[in-house]
Design a protein around this ligand. Structure first.
Ligand code: ATP
Length: 361
């Protein structure tokens, strides 16, 4: 399988720079999820790789060979769009076969055998004569995937392939896509705006913002070690809080939240940021790291519950403390936990569970 390299890619549409000096690599057989808010340039990046757009600068390479001079059908890239783009008047069989005939798979028996292989792989046997309108959304999605995989592409590009589906189906299909991707060992770039989906299936997550790459790393790292304020706020639900440094003592930083309350943060080995007294800093504490009652005693805070979000397996308490909103997650909450709105509560977190962030708003 092939390695995909994007080097210094820039694409402008008139005054809009959709992609800005973007460099990233997808290793052989790797699944990289490309996430970011609407309009940050995800789809444009895929279109540049697939050859539907030409970059203003930069290069797209497969195993070191530039793809830029090749038309889309010769790039060895399969693509699945958000709306599947199936041909409504064609059967499932012909939709899948289309990808092959387009690529010069001329021998009819070769086409038939390959389509049959894909029908089996995608669990679509028996549906080959149906039209897309006679399929469920999940089946349509599988047909789109089969069509993209039919010519044996070296790279698979998926553009929000599950966004039209309901939550349960999304969760099931994302696992199916992951299993299939592993089984075929196909180099894959998966665009989604759903960061949970990205964390769940990716080998690495690439976070884009305004056409640029903010961070690329394993899911654990982008969640627990965000490289910027933007990533900390975009990935997962977190508490990105603000304060002023009071003192730095060895590995510990004391940060004032307001006139009355302060917390101690451990700088830890992961922190590249040298904070000095007087600096305004941001730090991240994940909701599941806040405890109620506070444990250990170092960071003991007092706040008022402003709302409770019940999520089934957990509840998120929205707590106002030192003029900021803190989210605290309680797993398997008893029923009375959901009645805390308006209550004054004590909560806390361990200094090791907070992550000092660089950058300012
Ligand atoms: P979404 O998650 O909403 O699909 P995205 O991250 O995929 O967004 P793109 O579709 O790549 O974002 O768009 C990036 C920027 O480029 C946007 O500001 C968009 O309006 C602009 N853009 C994209 N295609 C064109 C085009 N053909 N002409 C002009 N502007 C475009």
């Amino acid at each position: 399988m092939a390695q995909l390299q994007i080097r210094d890619l820039t694409k402008r549409f008139g005054p809009v720079t959709a992609v800005r000096e973007l460099s990233l690599e997808v290793g052989s057989g790797e699944l990289v999820a490309l996430v970011g808010p609407s309009g940050c340039g995800k789809t444009t990046t895929l279109r540049l790789i697939a050859g539907f757009e030409q970059p203003d600068r930069g290069d797209v390479r497969l195993d070191g060979q530039s793809l830029l001079s090749l038309p889309p059908e010769e790039r060895g890239v399969g693509i699945v769009f958000q709306n599947y783009a199936l041909f409504p008047h064609m059967s499932v069989f012909n939709n899948i076969a289309y990808g092959l005939t387009m690529r010069g798979f001329r021998r009819a028996h070769g086409v038939k055998a390959r389509v049959r292989e894909l029908l089996e792989l995608m669990d679509l046997v028996g549906l080959e004569r149906r039209k897309p309108s006679e399929l469920s959304a999940g089946q349509q999605q599988r047909v789109a995937l089969a069509r993209a995989l039919a010519p044996n592409p070296q790279v698979l590009l998926l553009d929000e392939p599950l966004s039209a589906l309901d939550v349960q189906l999304r969760v099931r299909l994302r696992l199916e896509i992951k299993r299939l991707q592993r089984q075929l060992n196909i180099t894959t770039l998966y665009v989604t705006h759903d960061q949970e989906e990205a964390l769940a299936i990716a080998d690495r997550v690439a976070v884009m913002n305004e056409g640029r790459l903010e961070q690329i790393g394993p899911p654990w790292a982008v969640y627990h070690r965000p490289a910027s304020l933007f990533v900390a706020r975009f990935i997962g639900r977190g508490n990105v809080l603000e304060g002023r440094v009071l003192a730095v003592e060895g590995d510990r930083v004391r940060v004032a939240l307001d006139d009355r309350q302060s917390v101690v943060l451990s700088k830890g080995s992961h922190c590249r940021f040298r904070a000095k007294p007087g600096d305004r800093v941001h730090f991240l504490v994940r909701p599941e790291k806040l405890t109620l009652p506070p444990r250990p005693p170092e960071n003991r805070l007092q706040g008022r519950v402003r709302g409770v979000e019940f999520l089934g397996d957990s509840a998120l308490l929205h707590i106002e403390c030192a003029g900021q909103l803190w989210l605290l997650r309680r797993f398997s909450p008893p029923e009375d936990e959901l009645q805390r709105e308006g209550q004054e509560i004590a909560f806390g977190f361990s200094p090791e569970e907070a992550f000092l962030l660089t950058g300012a708003d």
